[in-house]
Design a protein around this ligand. Structure first.
Ligand code: SF4
Length: 328
């Protein structure tokens, strides 16, 4: 006899077949149309790079600071957005866009310049959102005030902060140039202004145990943020990490290990948190390892299959730990 399939509803009453709360589903249900992110490189650079000769920032950071290949060689922001649109299939009159300040550190400029730049992007045709990727130590109160000014109904505002891990030895290994306290401070000040926050996390940092990664999951629940982006640690050409990897001193997660750890993490994650990304992305011409990272569709399917096998989903092992207080 076939048993009735039980699907746990999201908090807002929506039902999803997916075992986790996926950003694409959230956008579709909120706007009723296809919403695409247009990657932007504003040329703001990063305070963690080139502060002194030879400092290339985070050990995994590529020369392009994660800029999208679709906008390579284009400096004007509006032209970048047009080029990014041309890169998508199936855009129609109903499609809407989010201006996504993705490359390097997108709060690394004077407030006046940031305002002019964000304004130019959000005033573009059919743009219904603004997403700003940055570091925790590059978010002054003035900048957060500016960002909070973009909040309005039916407008998709997100502040993406690179947390990566709650463990300071991991942040030191990655040469992030900030500690976890800095993340706590920036998240606290962003949330005081009700800015929706999406944290970036890396799974598979050398030296981190399974328990360490699950501790980061619990910490994220306590921070009461709204979104998360998962990355597996991957090695890109011409990075400091590439040299370490080639010396044989570190081991990367296999796809099975990543999928299993990620599902463990998501099971502990509050179902209120929207998952923007399941794994990192990199093209074959610049990726050193792991090669399984080239097949994102396979990773997503493996995650879904793993949840199906377990009979669990996001939040299955969630414990409300709302006793958390931000440090002064
Ligand atoms: S903070 Fe971002 S842009 Fe800056 S060095 Fe690290 S990964 Fe690169």
């Amino acid at each position: 006899m076939q048993t009735e399939k039980k699907i746990k509803p999201y908090k807002n009453g929506q039902i999803s077949e997916k075992p986790y709360r996926f950003f694409g589903d959230y956008l579709w249900s909120k706007y009723g149309c296809r919403v695409l992110k247009l990657p932007i490189n504003a040329g703001f650079g990063c305070p963690n790079r080139n502060i002194k000769p030879g400092n290339t920032g985070c050990i995994y950071c590529s020369d392009d600071g994660s800029a999208s290949p679709s906008i390579k060689g284009i400096s004007d922001i509006k032209l970048q957005m047009s080029a990014a649109k041309n890169n998508f299939d199936r855009i129609d009159v109903n499609t809407r866009f989010i201006a996504y300040f993705q490359a390097f550190t997108n709060t690394n400029a004077a407030v006046k310049i940031l305002k002019e730049t964000y304004d130019a992007a959000v005033r573009s045709e059919n743009v219904i959102g603004l997403m700003i990727g940055t570091r925790p130590d590059c978010l002054s109160d003035e900048i957060l005030d500016l960002i909070s000014g973009y909040m309005k109904d039916q407008f998709e505002l997100w502040l993406e902060i690179g947390m990566q891990s709650m463990h300071n030895p991991s942040l030191e290994f990655l040469k992030r140039g900030h500690d976890h306290r800095s993340t706590l401070d920036s998240v606290k000040r962003a949330r005081m202004r009700n800015i929706p926050v999406c944290l970036h996390i890396i799974l598979g940092i050398p030296g981190e145990t399974w328990n360490d990664m699950m501790d980061t999951a619990l910490e994220i629940n306590r921070l009461e943020i709204q979104g998360i982006k998962f990355h597996h640690l991957h090695v890109i050409q011409n990075t400091a990490l590439s040299a370490i990897y080639k010396s044989g001193h570190i081991k990367l997660l296999t796809m099975d290990e990543y999928v299993s750890t990620l599902c463990d993490f998501i099971e502990r994650l509050s179902e209120n948190i929207i998952i923007h990304r399941i794994a990192g992305d990199r093209s074959a011409d610049s990726l050193v390892a792991p090669s399984w990272g080239l097949h994102k569709g396979t990773v997503i399917k493996a995650v879904n299959d793993e949840f199906k096998k377990r009979g669990t989903r996001q939040g299955f092992l969630y414990n409300d730990q709302s006793f958390f207080f931000f440090p002064e």
